[in-house]
Design a protein around this ligand. Structure first.
Ligand code: TYD
Length: 209
């Protein structure tokens, strides 16, 4: 059995990732492709429980290192429970956020550093480098303007614009380090962005359309 492909999707707050993920799944369904969709933090029972803690406003004072470790723990469990079995069964796996979120949010915006994030994720990452990472490339300032403001419901969303701009810089830094991260032009309509994603997946041989 050939191993399946592993594709992750990243973006800053307000980039329209939820919509793009939905449109992507609809497209894969229409093509009859056998894929597994999962998300971080979460995706399996244990990691969904960790998600509740990480995103809850009850823990506003959470230490950045603790936050990074919780994301890494949720990641490891979801790899074991969801991602690894699907890849082994030859399925395409689409994961909404992955380790690059930790590089951008915890490593860069929280200031913990890339090396720290890499070290605590080593166990999770062994043999689980994505074949492709799609980065919805739009600056938070622009995205928020388009959406007429930011959502402010969970603990991460409550961070200000300066934090989210740093997250964007973190993604750019990750892109300089990892060739697998491809920018998706998000300057047009959501339909145009969805077309851009389809084009990349087809051109890279991830999906045969
Ligand atoms: P979610 O509601 O899934 O946000 P989004 O729709 O933007 O993906 O919440 C996930 C939040 O967790 C989001 O603010 C990004 C953050 N995050 C990190 O800070 N580090 C990580 O490693 C991951 C996976 C997510």
């Amino acid at each position: 059995m050939t191993r399946g492909k592993f594709v992750t999707i990243e973006g800053c707050e307000g980039a329209g990732k939820s919509t793009q993920v939905r449109l992507l799944c609809e497209w894969l369904d229409s093509l009859g492709i056998d894929y597994v969709f999962t998300r971080e933090p979460g995706g399996c029972k244990t990691s969904e429980a960790i998600r509740e803690i990480i995103l809850s406003n009850d823990y506003a004072g959470m230490d950045a290192g603790c936050e990074a470790l919780l994301y890494a723990g949720a990641r490891l469990q979801n790899l074991r429970d969801t991602v690894e079995p699907a890849l082994a069964a030859g399925k395409l796996v689409i994961c909404d956020r992955y380790v690059d979120s930790s590089f951008a949010y915890q490593g860069y915006a929280r200031g913990l550093g890339f090396e720290f994030v890499e070290s605590i994720n080593r166990k999770a990452l062994e043999g689980h480098t994505p074949d492709l990472t799609l980065f919805l490339d739009i600056r938070p300032a622009e995205a928020f303007q388009r959406k007429h403001g930011a959502d402010k419901s969970d603990r991460m969303e409550c961070e200000g614009l300066a934090f989210h701009e740093k997250v964007y810089e973190g993604y750019k830094e990750a892109q300089r380090r990892f060739e697998r991260i491809v920018s998706v032009d998000c300057g047009g309509s959501k339909e145009e962005t969805a077309e851009n994603i389809k084009k990349i997946l087809t051109q890279m041989g991830i999906v045969e359309a």
